[in-house]
Design a protein around this ligand. Structure first.
Ligand code: HT7
Ligand code: ZN
Length: 871
């Protein structure tokens, strides 16, 4: 496929100032009339042809300034409409196209989800609605008239504010007109038409304007929208408080649909959501679901400023809106919940998804330099590493300057399509600092590594850290990056607060060379260093440190992230040592004893944090640590063994905790962080109890499934039971499916749990489940739940040494590709770490990839991922 390059960017030759759309909705024969106010761009090439993008479009009519165009004056194809010699003055182009929303299985452009008309235009879906300059630096003011059969679509929503609505007498049809006063790129366009229930409230902005908020959901599900609506209100208040950003329209609408390619979309004034991230009730949603709803509602809302008011010049700048908005939603969730617990969750996600991506064939810079298919660049690197860069910037310049820089960025770039340079320039102007070296974080792929060793000089009372950075995967010409290291020193009894260094400001040392030595003075006793507090930079750290020192950090560090990290490192060393047959300094029993005293001292004071300490590094964390020649079965066995040992050693403590944390019968469910934390610790304890005593654990899990008053506990019981083969498990699966037969989002959990069973029979089970009446290849949530969970969260079975797991996923990718290439390409990313496997599995994975790539008629999306995976 043709490659788009950042270095080839040039402004559009034409601009479109205003768009008037008239959309007459029909299941198979929707008519779209677009009146475009076009003019030559003074920054473009004079006399250039006008080439409007299209994708799978059928043109019905075309005129210019009210005159029908002669056939010789234009060329038309499904993928473009060209005027070779357009007027050299402003003119109006009127284009009529015809669409079949029901046949649109790609879920890009205008489609129907469960009978509801909706749109998805990012990144390049608007060109599936009408011919347009479908690029983010072409910003227009939109007026949209939507018309539909009233009985089929009583609700008609567009961007901006409602202007007019009415019936078309005698036709059974009605219409609504919406006007959005803010210029926007086409990717933020949206409309919705359907039968939907509405839940609403009013928000008064800090400047005193009343905004009508509404969440629209499938009929009968209004009672599940309250949490999402509340999250909208909290997001609006938080963005005013934290960044001084107020909402800017009279209405803010959120619509939940069941067929959606990603989580949600920030269309101006009309956010459209995957219903998984809106609908919640205690009986259907887990604590994790509630937290995800809160985070994604906030994320899309925050885009109103970081993405919509200030948008991206081109798709290479995607991190400008996505990395910044992830940072903003992470800060919001941290303020709503426990900051340490949230930070640990962020880092777990980064390490599970971004680190492997950055170490594999799909690695790319946070700001990519080229792409064949932009939809494949909505990645953990752009989003999560992009957010880490913003966080490092705040660490480097401090909170006050960061806030001032953000204000300046919004003020100077409001209403424009900006670049990463524009973003950094605002902070340079605010602080007087040169951020050109910091900008390197955007430029090259790969996770930097920092090797550190510490030396204590008792005579001089100094402690020095020798640091060295390397940049695997970044290329031999890569310069060192600017790494903020937040640090402190810990003694045997607690923090060494008198230690100091002139090179450490507000607890942060800036490491920006290949090698450096940091000397800290006034260190009274041999310390244990607490480095990268709060995970202050997205790097891998090789610190020469004994496990007993790490256990000192678990006990005494004031930094929550590093306390957790210390326990994780010790656990990882135990498991990796075991699978390599190496002895470790701290054995499983000593580790269990340390955990026991940690739980004794802190578990009931902070159950959410304790649950994280009890959760061992995942199998993919361990694979990432090991790095090459990976045998997922050996990793699974080592992890299983440590769970069993810890469960055995801690049995009494775990049972006591479960008792202490159990809620009296009839306690009403609350999704708040404290309640969720108690449930998390009870369920982490259950996991270890079951590992130590499968029979007792199965009984305990089964009892919990039956007695649970909420989905979190019921699902935790089922997940525990899923690891324990036998009739109890199969009976539990059957009754769960029966109970939730009419709840697609809950059935997704049921599909996912079964797909993650680490047993030989799982490939067959997944193939059987693909035939289940509730499974549908046309629904992305179902595909992700069943095949996505198998491919991305079942390392032993996806990577089976006979290749059966790879075959299953490859078959699904090929079966899906024509209908929905975006989802097919996402599934394929599961192959991203294939080169790190041991040789037999590596060979099997390569054959599956080659089979996919050799298939005729493959989409650009899948060709791109398969090609880069093999390349
Ligand atoms: N900005 C959105 C990204 C997106 C998307 C959303 C739904 C379907 C297809 C999509 N392609 C890209 C979502 C976000 O990050 O906020
Ligand atoms: Zn986003």
């Amino acid at each position: 496929p043709p490659t788009v390059r950042l270095e080839d960017y040039r402004p559009s030759d034409h601009l479109i100032d205003r768009v008037e759309l008239d959309v007459r909705l029909d299941p198979h024969d929707t008519r779209v009339t677009a009146r475009l106010a076009v003019r030559p761009n003074p920054a473009g090439r004079p006399g250039a042809p006008l080439i409007l993008d299209g994708d799978d479009l059928r043109l019905l009519a075309l005129d210019l300034d009210g005159q029908s165009l002669a056939p010789a004056a234009f060329r038309v194809a499904p993928s473009a409409l060209t005027l070779p010699e357009p007027p050299q003055r402003p003119f109006t182009l009127t284009i009529e196209t015809r669409l079949d929303p029901t046949a649109n299985t790609k879920l890009m452009g205008l489609y129907r989800s469960n009978g509801v008309y909706c749109t998805q235009c990012e990144a390049d879906g608007f060109r599936r609605i009408t011919y347009f300059l479908d690029r983010p630096d072409v910003m227009s003011i939109y007026t949209t008239r939507i018309e539909a059969e009233e009985a089929a679509a009583p609700v008609l929503l567009g961007n901006g504010n409602p202007v007019e609505a009415g019936r078309i007498e005698g036709t059974g049809r009605h219409f609504a007109v919406w006007h959005d006063p803010h210029p926007k790129p086409a990717y933020l366009f949206a409309l919705v038409g359907g039968r939907l229930d509405r839940v609403s409230s009013t928000f008064t902005t800090m400047d005193g304007r009343a905004v009508e908020l509404a969440v629209y959901v499938e009929p009968g599900k209004g009672d599940r929208a309250a949490y999402a609506l509340d999250a909208v209100e909290r997001s609006m208040a938080w963005d005013e408080r934290t960044f001084g950003r107020a909402y800017d329209l009279d209405v803010f609408n959120v619509v939940a649909v069941s067929d959606f390619n990603m989580g949600a979309m920030e269309n101006k004034g009309l956010n459209i959501f995957n219903d998984k991230y809106v609908l919640a009730s205690p009986d259907t949603a887990t604590d994790a679901d509630y937290a995800a709803i809160e985070a994604i509602i906030a994320h899309e809302y925050f885009h109103n400023w970081s993405g919509n008011r200030v948008t991206c010049r081109d798709w290479f700048q995607l991190c400008l809106k996505e990395g910044l908005t992830v940072f903003r939603d992470q800060e919001f969730s941290s303020d709503m919940r426990s900051r340490d617990v949230h930070r640990i969750g962020e880092v777990r996600t980064l390490r599970a998804r971004q680190f492997p991506e950055d170490a594999g064939p799909l690695a790319h810079p946070v700001r990519p330099k080229r792409y064949a298919e932009i939809n494949n660049f909505y990645t953990a690197t752009v989003y999560e590493k992009g957010a880490e860069i913003v966080r490092m910037l705040r660490t480097l310049i401090g909170e006050r300057a960061f806030r001032a820089g953000m204000d300046r960025y919004f003020a100077e770039n409001d209403g424009t399509a900006a670049t990463v340079e524009d973003f950094l320039r605002a902070f340079e102007a605010e602080t007087g600092r040169d951020l050109s070296r910091f900008a390197e974080w955007y430029e090259r792929p790969g996770t930097p590594r920092v090797a550190i060793s510490g030396h204590y000089d008792a005579g001089a009372q100094t402690y020095s850290l020798e640091l060295r950075q390397t940049r695997p995967g970044a290329g031999s010409d890569a310069p060192p990056v600017v790494i903020p290291i937040r640090l402190g020193l810990i003694g045997q009894d607690g923090p060494l607060d008198d230690a100091r260094s002139s090179r450490v400001t507000d607890g942060v040392f800036v490491f920006d060379r290949w090698d450096d030595v940091l000397t800290i003075e006034n260190v009274a006793t041999a310390p244990v260093p607490s480095l990268f507090r709060g995970f202050s930079a997205p790097v891998r750290v090789d610190m020469a440190m004994d496990d007993t020192e790490r256990l000192t950090l678990l006990r005494h560090d004031t930094d929550g992230f590093n306390r957790w990290e210390a326990a994780q490192r010790v656990a990882a060393r135990l498991m990796i040592g075991a699978l390599r047959g190496e002895a470790t300094e701290v054995g499983a029993d000593a580790f269990a004893a340390a955990l026991d005293s940690f739980l004794d001292a802190r578990a009931l004071a902070d159950p959410a944090f304790a649950a994280l300490v009890l959760s061992l590094p995942s199998e993919s964390d361990l694979a990432d640590d090991i790095g090459s020649e990976i045998d997922p079965d050996a990793i699974h066995a080592a992890r299983y063994d440590l769970r069993t040992r810890l469960g055995t050693a801690l049995t009494d403590r775990l049972h006591a905790l479960r008792d202490a944390l159990s809620e009296p019968a009839g306690t009403p469910f609350s999704p708040d962080a404290a309640s969720a934390g108690r449930r998390a610790l009870r369920n982490a304890a259950l996991d270890l109890i079951a590992a130590a005593d499968p029979t007792g654990g199965a009984a305990c899990a089964d009892a919990q499934i039956h007695s649970a008053g909420n989905m979190t506990d019921r699902l935790a019981g089922l997940s525990t039971l899923a690891l324990l083969p036998g009739e109890t498990r199969e009976a539990a699966f059957a009754s769960f499916a029966e109970r939730y037969a009419d709840e697609p989002l809950v059935l997704d959990k049921w599909f996912a749990i079964q797909a993650m069973i680490p047993e030989d029979g799982t490939v067959e089970r997944v193939r059987r489940l693909q035939e289940h009446p509730a499974f549908a290849m046309t629904n992305p949530n179902r595909v992700r739940a069943l095949v996505g969970s198998f491919a991305l969260a079942n390392p032993t079975q996806f990577n089976r040494s006979d290749g059966a797991g790879f075959t299953l996923v490859a078959d699904t990718v090929l079966a899906l590709d024509r209908a929905n290439p975006q989802i097919a390409a996402r599934l394929m990313t599961a192959f991203g770490s294939w080169r790190r496997l041991e040789p037999v599995r590596r060979g099997m994975a390569e054959s599956a990839l080659r089979r996919i790539l050799a298939t005729p008629g493959l989409s650009r999306d899948v060709t791109d991922i398969a090609g880069r995976s093999l390349g």
